[in-house]
Design a protein. Sequence first.
Length: 386
Amino acid sequence: MRPMGAAGRVWAHVGQPFSERGYGAVVLGAGRMGAACAFFLRRLAPELRLLLVERGGLPNEEGATVLAPGVWTALNVSPERRAEAAWTRAQTEREFGDVSWQARPLLELLTREAAGAVPTPSLLPRFPELAHLVDPEALPFAQVDEGAATYRPGAVALACGQRAVRAGADLLLNTHAHLTPGGVRLDRLTVTNTHEVVTHESREVLAGVVIVAMGADGPPGAEHGLGLHTGHGRAYRQAPRLNTPSGEATPVLRVDGLTLRPQHGGFTLIPPIHHRDPHGYTPIGGRLTGVPVGIRRETLEDLVERMGVLPPLGTEALEVGRSLADIPGAWLALPDGDPTAPPRHEEVAPGLHLLLGGPHADTLGLAVAYDLAAKVAGVEERPWEG
């Protein structure tokens, strides 16, 4: 037994023997949601032995957390959840180290007038760097979130994971987890000399509580491992680049669901998600003027539809790639299969909790992770309600 207050242990590769047999709680997935939940759980229930398991590294370079937009905005957040959004912002901005927090407005450009909208031409003098991007006649109205900001979700995951370990959580990396009755089976992964990922060893671990925070893999893991039906979905989202100039003061743009996030001197495009991808779907690239490209067909169709209002999309500034591997992409969890649904958690079986982020994790994710940690710890406190 380790003394209370001692740091946890980290197993990063199979050369470090792992012989643990049981924990009070196991968190599967060290993305932003899982790592934050583990950290909050250590804070709220320090007596509970905790293991955090991740299939890759920390953060996982292939997970949805690293490819998340990293855009905090209260625009379109329902009134009853704005306190959670504000708390998530405060945690992200002040508590988790270098996340490259950058306050910048978000402009949602519209084809027709809406409540609170202002004329787009009245905003362009304030943001002259947008003049080459948008057609104000095609997008005559705009809603503005002056309090929006951008940040690095991967840095949040790293900071939360590190803090959880310093607070006493154990961390097991490069491990594939499978749900079993009363615990998990952990397959520790290694790489052969031909660069093939294989299982080095498997170990059964008992757990009083299991929190499944594996993103899009979470619901299928519960369904296939324990025969549970969850009703949640997933979608494959790519993040193409638009190589037109952006700077520190350039706002985030949103046009008909397409988000243009200023990043690395250009823009990262975050396409809208229209629906869940069907079970068994495999993403494939599309064709532009008959030439195969790396942007999946559904995303390419969205971009083509917006070329009239965002002219640079029809130029060489848009990176289309030659294959799917050229355009970063990841599977994204959809709570209830709905792209508009906020993050959520649910107990799908006694002691087994699903924790899902989804498209709105940037704004609400940390509050939902805290709420689950409080539930597991038996704590009634909700800091955003104070």
